[in-house]
Design a protein around this ligand. Structure first.
Ligand SMILES: *[C@@H]1O[C@H](CO)[C@@H](O)[C@H](O)[C@H]1NC(C)=O
Ligand SMILES: *[C@@H]1O[C@H](CO)[C@@H](O)[C@H](O)[C@H]1NC(C)=O
Ligand SMILES: *[C@@H]1O[C@H](CO)[C@@H](O)[C@H](O)[C@H]1NC(C)=O
Ligand SMILES: *[C@@H]1O[C@H](CO)[C@@H](O)[C@H](O)[C@H]1NC(C)=O
Ligand SMILES: *[C@@H]1O[C@H](CO)[C@@H](O)[C@H](O)[C@H]1NC(C)=O
Ligand SMILES: *[C@@H]1O[C@H](CO)[C@@H](O)[C@H](O)[C@H]1NC(C)=O
Ligand SMILES: *[C@@H]1O[C@H](CO)[C@@H](O)[C@H](O)[C@H]1NC(C)=O
Ligand SMILES: *[C@@H]1O[C@H](CO)[C@@H](O)[C@H](O)[C@H]1NC(C)=O
Length: 281
């Protein structure tokens, strides 16, 4: 059944390509990418620049200018050769102050967004959820506040989500556990609280988890059923109740940090065997 459907849609595509190429744009209607071009990318970057209130090293001041006509030559901007569209934005270590405007959600080919070690603040625009090709978000060491937009749960290609060292508060929205490609979740040193939902168990690619230095109160037992996790940092939170024993059965776990919480209960008899297993790897 499924194979038949696959074959017939492939056949349909071939027919379109062979005989009616004029109709092909119909196939992409509805995708934002099809309706945007390099000018859209340029306005998005200029909107970002207009939201920068301090650029102490003048990294963008003269460089991000329409007289430097190809935005692919702008500092921190990388483009895809074939489509000539912005695929990466890396404005790390520039000492920038300001906010991220919703316009960045128009960079429809963006794969990497990294602005680590600046003083950018304000809330995370939910419009970034339009960036369906994003694989990396690293906003680490800034002053972002507010909550994690639940719409980020639709970033189906996202592999690294790094908000280390900001002031993000409230809890992790359950939609975040829709991020099926996620490998690294780094929310260390924010102001997050509440419980870590059991849906974290849905993230089957997750390898490194940093939830330490927050105010989380509960970890689900389920986290221990996630075999692929290698590092799990939960120290310095407000976790209470017994340590989920299942964490000691996680086969790839090499680092588990739980200190400075209100956890209770005893450690399993085989804990030394688990630690030994961990050290062997
Ligand atoms: C981008 O698209 C707009 C209309 O959507 C058009 O006016 C503009 O000329 C296009 N720019 C380029 C560089 O293709
Ligand atoms: C930003 O400007 C400083 C000072 O001119 C320079 O040292 C640094 O390399 C620039 N950063 C980038 C990414 O070009
Ligand atoms: C902008 O910065 C890039 C990368 O640092 C550099 O190659 C380019 O020459 C600069 N352009 C202008 C007009 O300053
Ligand atoms: C962004 O730039 C910084 C500093 O140049 C570099 O360390 C980092 O690896 C870059 N990020 C990406 C994703 O290339
Ligand atoms: C880009 O995004 C902003 C804010 O989300 C929106 O107002 C604007 O119309 C968008 N489109 C273009 C082509 O700049
Ligand atoms: C980045 O910011 C962190 C936290 O403020 C600081 O510890 C680190 O030294 C900074 N890194 C660089 C290369 O400036
Ligand atoms: C969030 O950041 C913005 C911009 O830096 C700031 O104006 C605002 O006061 C901050 N809000 C809170 C609650 O800290
Ligand atoms: C996450 O998945 C749930 C259940 O399938 C769905 O209802 C929700 O809309 C999804 N969230 C996002 C932001 O895509």
């Amino acid at each position: 059944m499924a194979i038949t459907r696959f074959l017939s849609s492939t056949t349909l595509l071939l027919l379109l390509f062979q005989y009616c190429s004029i109709f092909i744009p119909i196939l992409t209607i509805g995708s934002v990418a099809a309706q945007t071009n390099i000018s859209t990318d340029q306005s998005a970057l200029l909107a970002f620049k207009s939201h920068i209130i301090s650029d102490p090293q003048n990294n963008l001041t003269a460089n991000w200018s329409t007289s430097n006509y190809d935005i692919c030559n702008w500092v921190g901007v990388s483009c895809n050769v074939r489509h000539h569209r912005v695929t990466a934005l890396n404005l790390s270590y520039m000492g920038l102050t300001g906010t991220i405007p919703p316009h960045l959600g128009n960079l429809s080919f963006l794969v990497e967004l990294e602005v680590r070690n600046n003083s950018l603040g304000g809330t995370l625009p939910p419009e970034l959820s339009h960036l369906r090709t994003l694989k990396l978000i690293s906003l680490r060491f800034n002053d972002f506040n507010g909550t994690i937009p639940s719409r980020f749960g639709s970033l189906s290609k996202l592999q690294t989500f790094d908000l280390y060292g900001n002031q993000i508060s409230v809890s992790i929205p359950n939609d975040i556990f829709n991020l099926s490609a996620l490998q690294v979740l780094n929310l260390r040193d924010n102001e997050l609280s509440g419980s870590i939902a059991r849906e974290i168990g849905n993230l089957t690619m997750l390898k490194r988890v940093f939830l330490d230095f927050n105010m989380f109160e509960e970890i689900p037992n389920l986290i221990g059923s996630k075999d692929e996790v290698e590092t799990l940092f939960l120290q310095v939170n407000a976790l209470k109740g017994p340590i989920p024993v299942a964490v000691f059965n996680m086969s790839f776990l090499t680092v588990l940090a739980l200190t400075q919480n209100n956890l209770s209960g005893s450690l399993p008899d085989n804990i030394y065997a688990s630690i030994f297993q961990a050290f062997k790897r």
